[in-house]
Design a binder for this molecule. Sequence first.
Ligand code: C2E
Ligand code: MG
Ligand code: MG
Length: 733
Amino acid sequence: MHAPLLAKMTNADSSARMLKSTVMTLAAAFVLVMIAAVAVVFAITDSANRIEAERQRDRIEAAIESQIRLRQLRIETLASTGQLQAVFNSAMPRQLLQLAFNRFSKGFADVEGAYVVTAAGQVLAGVENGEPAGQTGYDGLKRLSAALPGSPLAANREGPGRPRQPFIVFDGHELLALMSVELSSMQGAGEDQDGLSLVGYRRITPSFLKGLADLYRINELRITARMPDDPLLRREIDSPQGPARAWLTWSPERPGEAMIRQFFWALLGVGVVFAAILVLAVHRLRAAAAEIGLRERQIQRLAGQDELSLLPNRRTFDLRLDQELAQLGRNGSGLAVLLLDLDRFKAVNDTYGHTAGDELIRQVAERLSGMMRRGDTVARLGGDEFGIIQTLAAAPDDAAALGERILESLTRPFAIMGVETTVGCSIGIALAPRDGEDRETLLRLADTALYQSKNEGRNRYSFFESRMNRSLQLKRLVEEDLRKAIANDELVLHYQPQVSIDGSTIVGVEALVRWPHPVHGLVPPSDFIGIAEERGLIVPLSDWVLRRACIEAKRWDGIRLAVNVSAIQFRHKDFVANVMRIVRETGFDPSRLELELTEGVVVDDADAAENAMMDLRGHGVGLALDDFGTGYSSLIYLRRFAFDKIKIDRSFLEYMETTGESAILVHSIAHLGRALGLRVCAEGVETAEQHRFLQAIGCHELQGFLFSKGVTAAEIDTLLTLKAPFAATLAAA
Ligand code: C2E
Ligand code: MG
Ligand code: MG
């Protein structure tokens, strides 16, 4: 039965861990998703940036190209005008030629410098920023670009007539756009113009670049000597020192970044909200996991430990007992199971409250734990019940020694909430393997022994003995069957004669109930009266007895009928009315009825008892004090309550022969009774000596096996017909 429990405990244990790892996985997944989302956003914006960058690069190239072409076109247009041709057609001396070119070149608004050059590179005329310029200026240009492939000034350029391309060159500081046109290719050119070229240039200044940048919405357009990493953001410029020495580069408009900038706060807000939700969720889940963990630990503890005493609980006790029993054969020694019940726990609980009761349990648990040896187990089995497994208990002596120690320890006073209290305990002991080898049997037998300890007056220990089983079985039987037995008229009454002091005549009978049981035989009242009281069956049982006794004894004219009354029954508020109703209904003469009460009946609530007794006496019913001497034996009660008779308990007679004290007591009681004007009856008269003694001290009536035990009504009928019913027995004694 414990395996599933343990399995459940382990399952529960891992569920908190599982939850925790789920939480961590969830958090990690969330973070990954966030990273992926950010990456996707970046990829999208980056590709938007690139697309835009490509477009811009194309636009920039196209723009520069078109700007230069525009100027080239200008030069070409100029070269083809009749004016320039007119200048070079006439065989003008060089100075005049220069002058004429000078004037002509005022129209070159877009060109900073221009030269007319022969095929051999001889400058015929030149102008720089409106001023005449000569061979040096042109040579400077030529040095810059002649060695570069594709340059209009390249030495190895192909034959005439081939259209020249505009060309950008870097002079180490700035860009120059070179343009040239062969005058001979111009429309209407004369022969004397063969081989002449018009070469022009223009600086591409930073402000020009800025203008371009503004036009194309580019952040910065500049020249750099270091190659930009991104091929989309550079355009290589030829320079005289060799290729790839200068680049045109720019910071393009980046729509992706603009987008991010625009949505930055929104994205950040969303991110923050998500992160907050994540943190909250993780926090809550962690808290939940912690809570579950805590509960699990509690459950585990509750499953194995008693919360109040912190001792192992019944489950653990059972488990350990099973384990110990499984090993019983191996080490050769036995074990003892001790069941322990506190004697006055209920009183402490009722008097000082539950908190005090709890405190008592804790202190008892502490004392018990302190007494255990290694390997022994003490557990709280519930209420005020404890169980002990004493291992390596070789002989009953070990268990007895432990029992002694426990009794000694638990009878020492406890300080409960500032008040000194004493409680005792009752212990039942069963031994393995002597009494049994399985848990159920051992616990049952230890319980039987415990029951015995309690019955024998508490604060003691008892070993299980097989005779105990019977009384326990009966107890169970009574609980189940007594109600049925009463209802089905299955009980019987025996009557024990009460005889005159000389033993010659029957003066009364005492009704004694018995339970003929098909299995257990004739069950004596001592085995079931107490249980009937506990189980609330005493009233119907007593009613049955009284009714049956009245019916049967009615015919025994002049004979008193004694009926026993239990304390519980007597305390019932309708007790007197009930008795009188039955007497009336059966037609019995109340003056022949004598109720036997014990001292316990009157002690508890003396006033109520006194009233009831006066009431009964008022109806003519007699009252006897039963078992006198065993209880309080109080003279005050004897005087206060209206008894007619006292019955000396048979225990006095039992010991009379062995101890002189008993004889003295019996003597005193008889004397006292007589002095108070009561009839004195002695119970349990078994021998002739007792009879003689009782006669000598002046008792009035006798009851005992010397005369007769309890017999059936029919036998009483017979005895009553006899003149001297006990003469034979008395003579024999
Ligand atoms: P009790 O009222 O003191 O009854 C006398 C008991 O002593 C009877 O036991 C009787 O059999 C026994 N007895 C009588 N003479 C001798 C003797 O010479 N030697 C020995 N050893 N015993 C003797 P019983 O019938 O077992 O009844 C036991 C007790 O049960 C009674 O004690 C009485 O208290 C109670 N009882 C019996 N019947 C009833 C009943 O109907 N109602 C109630 N409430 N209690 C009853
Ligand atoms: Mg009696
Ligand atoms: Mg008695």
